[in-house]
Structure formats: structure tokens, C-alpha cells
Design a protein around this ligand. Sequence first.
Ligand SMILES: Nc1ncnc2c1ncn2[C@@H]1O[C@H](COP(=O)(O)OP(=O)(O)O)[C@@H](O)[C@H]1O
Ligand SMILES: [Mg+2]
Length: 338
Amino acid sequence: MSVPILTFFNNKGGVGKTSLIYHLAWMYASLRKRVVAIDLDPQANLTAAFLDEDRIEAIWDNQSSGSTIFHCIKPLTGVGDIVEPVLQKITSDPYLIPGDVDLSGFEEAVSNEWPNSMGDNNLYRPMRILSSFWQVMQMGSEKIQADIILVDIGPNLGAINRSALIATDYVVIPLGADLFSLQGLKNLGPTLGSWKKLWQKRLDNWHTSPEAKSYPNFKLPDGKMEPIGYLCQQHGVRLDRPVKAYDKWVNRIPGIYREYVRKEPPDHTMKQQNDPYCLLTVKHYRSLVPMSQEHRKPIFNLTSADGAIGSHANAVQDAKKDFKALAKKIADKIGMAL
Ligand SMILES: Nc1ncnc2c1ncn2[C@@H]1O[C@H](COP(=O)(O)OP(=O)(O)O)[C@@H](O)[C@H]1O
Ligand SMILES: [Mg+2]
């Protein structure tokens, strides 16, 4: 059985993906789930959230195999095979497969193998490269018998992200309340649908090829990519912008999500606060954000010793409630017992 993979996806940056994955990883760990987080964004922001710079430098300097996601898959671009990842333990839990700025160098390989994987022969290598993120994630999760894998990716629709999505079972879409997020949402649904279809074709092509019989133990991801809901960020809201402008965009999200992502009839009367597809409205955490970054812990674990006193302490408790609720909703949707 493969471990379920959840990816936060939006081709728009700055909608809180990295920060949400970071907090959700900690929340699941505190709910006694075994979590592997993986950083597939070459910007490596998730890695920077979990690990201090000295530790990241040591990992990046250590060219030994498996130290970052890139070092796990790099041998594939030569004559080698995937290398098992070294998992970084973050105190007790969760675990991290570190990102790597060099990962952008893999874009070309995944891009080139996409058409090759639809050929008549020599399919093993392209299929191995296209599924390499999934292979590494499953190898890493097996080591610790993980319950869930959380994936952070960069804000684009490129070949690396296509491979990340092929590996994905469940997709959550974080959104800002603005025109750009809504426009992005209109692209996301069809993109997911098309990647899913194109990956199915490749799976069929592989399974009906004579070559498949030579690799009986070669497992491939299903490419399920099921959208389970969206999150709406309040922090992107410009403070000088009237509340009405925020409402205007927020109120359009449920309709657009249904139409473009779920392919359901748009329901223009559905309000975001009642929408079952809205998993959470993410509050603006203000000064708790730099505090959490400085102490390298999730907002909901900040204490008075970290500076979370007075109204901050209340905000910390609110954040804990919100992220626990989010973790439960997602667990429900993917059938994971807590
Ligand atoms: N709930 C929040 N409240 C306040 N600031 C936030 C919140 N979530 C994210 N941020 C800040 O917004 C910026 C973008 O967030 P990030 O998680 O990096 O987004 P993405 O990964 O989508 O680019 C970061 O500086 C982050 O610290
Ligand atoms: Mg990010």
C-alpha cells in the first residue's frame, strides 16, 4: 500500500502554501500521525522553515547520495537509478525530505521524458524519471511507516510540478481573495484534469507494452489528483482596501471552484463561510509570523517565553483550534483516522 500524498497547489505565489504545509505537518505530528513533508519547490522555502541555515548548508554541502530530493533523483539523468532519501528528523516529528535550489536543473529532464513516455519502446527510463518524486516519497515514507506525505511545490505549471501532481492523491488549493487568485483558479481545474488524463494514457501505454513484463516490481502512482477543497487567505488582503473589495472576490470563489475545479454547476448563492469545499479561512497572524519564523516553530506552539503574551496568547490558541480543525477536515476527506 502506498502512503497518501497531499499537495497544496496554486500557480500563484504568496498564497500561503509553504506556511500552510509547515503548520499542517506540525499539527498532524502533534495528533500522533507520522508525517513526511517534502520540498519540491527549488526556492526551498519549506526547508528554510524547518531547518536553520547551518543545517541546510551542511545538507547541501554533503554531496553524498540522498541528502536532498535532487540528490535522490540526479543519478537518473546519467546512468544511475533513484537513491533512497535521507530523512531529516525535526525534533520528534515530522520528517523532511529537504529541497534543493539545484532541483530546477531537473526541469528539462522531466520535460523531455514526457513525450518519450508515449513512445512504443524504451519506456522504462521515461516512466522512472516522470514518477521519480513519487518513488522517492514512498521510499522515504516506508522507512518511518508514514501515515501521510505533505508536498510543497513552487507557483507554476511547469514539468516539475506536473510530476509532483502525478504523484499526488489529494489536492488542496490555497487562494487569496483577489482577481489573480480567481483567474488562477480558472486555470488550475482544467490543468489538473488534463494532467490526470495524460498520465492515464501513459500508464495504459506502459502496462500494455512488452517492456512492463520485464519490470514486475516497478510500481507507478495512480495520478488521482483529487481536489478536496480550498483555503482562503485573509493575510493577502491589503489593509487599506475596503472590506467590500475582499467580499467581492471571496463571494465568487465557491462558484468558480465548482465550475472549473469540480465541474459542477456553479452555485452563485453559496457563501464561502457555508461552503463545504472551503476547508479554512486562514487568519492574518501578523506579528506571530516573524515570531514563529524566529523560533522555528509553528504559530500554535509559541509560548510566553517566545513573546506570545496578552492578545498574542489568544491568537496562538485560535491558531491551534483552526489548524486542528483543518487537519481533521482533511483527514476526514482522505479517510485517515486520527
Ligand atoms: N496566515 C498568515 N498571516 C500572515 N502572514 C502570512 C500568513 N501565511 C503566510 N504569510 C506570509 O505570506 C508570505 C507568503 O507565504 P508563503 O507561505 O511563503 O506562500 P507561498 O508558498 O504560497 O508563496 C510569507 O512571507 C508568509 O510569512
Ligand atoms: Mg512557497
